[in-house]
Ligand binder design. Structure first.
Ligand code: PLP
Length: 396
């Protein structure tokens, strides 16, 4: 017998993952070129050549016992220091290795952060639409998810829904910008407004409320837009970064936590993060990947390719009568579900071999999400299918 908690997770397993599997079956049946699988955020562009070179250099030149051995649970000190200095150069922070713990991607980082701060019954606020696994992570530590919907007009955080959601039990707010699924970058004004509410509520309740800043898309911003660095506005921030998306390494499981020294209970928090990394069974982030990314800290994401996809898809859909939100970052497009029923729409889309994810999977019905981290040709080939669907739905 599997555990009750696990039964729930299996039954409510990710719609996105299920679609990804369905896409593979459909590709076998109809031919991969005839299926337009926009279900999952798996980057379709290879990592920069520097990644392979770093692997080769490490394997050729470094001591094997060092490369493949255990190290401190927080990660190699040299890697943590290199990450800290890179952040300081780019964002004007003042981190040292003491502020960094290497993690198994952003998901690993968020789990470490939650393990460190949550007591049973503690509340964690999320901002719908939001990445659904947050709920599963929070429940895993006996926490409770509380929602504070973003503004319907632009999907920016809403200080008023946030204020209403905070209670004396609030331990954290999870923020994700650039956002999955909307592609929206939270503005400096939004971050300052959120910070003001959190400062006010911390004072009122005499508590510490941490922002967990989930940042796998930080380096995917278009049109030269800046993604504000949240620690500058709110020191009680745990940044969870990942190279999964920026350098196309999602299977490698590598990222880090960064926490400013000014965060409440900083020293115990960092010590607990190391222990959490170990007791969650990660032990440490993959050793060779730590060494690889440390050599590639200045490498850039393939923004140009995603930008070309973004424009092609946005223009294509608008011409067909759909109502997409122009993404500012990440590689997702958030589109109003024609007719308003996102599940009915995504089922209908499947009949045209288009796989997209209903907004309900992000706690926000009425929209659907397109992951456009695919080959440009997939988008080109999908537009006639979107057109046939638009005609069937009377959009054109
Ligand atoms: N957070 C968000 C918002 C994501 O979209 C994803 C992956 O798609 C993750 C976290 C997990 O990323 P990682 O592969 O770095 O664990």
């Amino acid at each position: 017998m599997i555990a009750k908690r696990m039964e729930y997770l299996v039954q409510n397993s990710s719609v996105i993952r299920a679609m990804f599997e369905e896409g593979k079956v459909m590709a076998k049946k109809y031919g991969a070129e005839n299926v337009y699988d926009f279900s999952i955020g798996n980057p379709n562009y290879p990592p920069p050549p520097a990644i392979k070179q770093a692997f080769l250099d490490i394997l050729n030149n470094e001591d094997e016992l060092y490369v493949h051995g255990y190290m401190s649970n927080a990660g190699f000190e040299s890697v943590r220091e290199a990450v800290a200095q890179s952040l300081n150069r780019r964002f004007g922070t003042s981190f040292t290795m003491q502020n960094i713990v290497m993690t198994c991607g952003a998901a690993g980082g968020i789990n470490v952060a939650l393990k460190v701060i949550l007591n049973p019954g503690d509340e964690v606020i999320v901002l719908p639409p939001y990445f659904v696994d947050y709920g599963n992570y929070v429940r895993g530590y006996d926490g409770v998810i509380v929602t504070a919907p973003t503004r319907a007009s632009d999907f920016q955080p809403d200080p008023e829904t946030l204020r209403a959601a905070i209670t004396p039990k609030t331990k954290a707010l999870i923020v994700n910008s650039p956002n999955n699924p909307t592609g929206v970058i939270y503005t400096e004004e939004s971050i300052r407004a959120m910070a003001d509410v959190l400062f006010e509520k911390q004072r009122e309740y005499g508590t510490s409320i941490y922002i967990i800043s989930d940042e796998p898309y930080r380096d995917l911003a278009y049109d030269g837009l800046e993604v504000p660095y949240i620690t500058k506005f709110y020191p009680n921030t745990i940044v969870c970064y990942s190279w999964s998306k920026s350098l196309s390494l999602p299977g490698e499981r590598i990222g880090y936590l960064a926490v400013p020294s000014e965060a409440d209970d900083f020293e115990r928090l960092m010590a607990a993060a190391s222990v959490a990394t170990r007791v969650l069974g990660f032990i440490n982030a993959p050793s060779i990947m730590q060494l690889v990314v440390a050599k590639c800290l200045e490498e850039k994401a393939n923004i140009a390719a995603y930008d070309a996809n973004r424009r092609l898809l946005y223009d294509g859909l608008r011409n067909l009568g759909y109502e997409p939100v122009m993404p500012q970052g990440a590689f997702y497009m958030w589109v109003k579900a024609p007719g308003g029923d996102d599940k009915a729409f995504t089922n209908k889309a499947k009949e045209h071999r288009i796989l997209v994810v209903p907004g309900a999977s992000f706690g926000y019905p009425g929209y659907f999400r397109i992951a456009y981290c695919v080959a440009k040709e997939t988008i080109e080939r999908s537009l006639p299918a979107f057109e046939a669907l638009a005609r069937e739905l009377g959009l054109i």
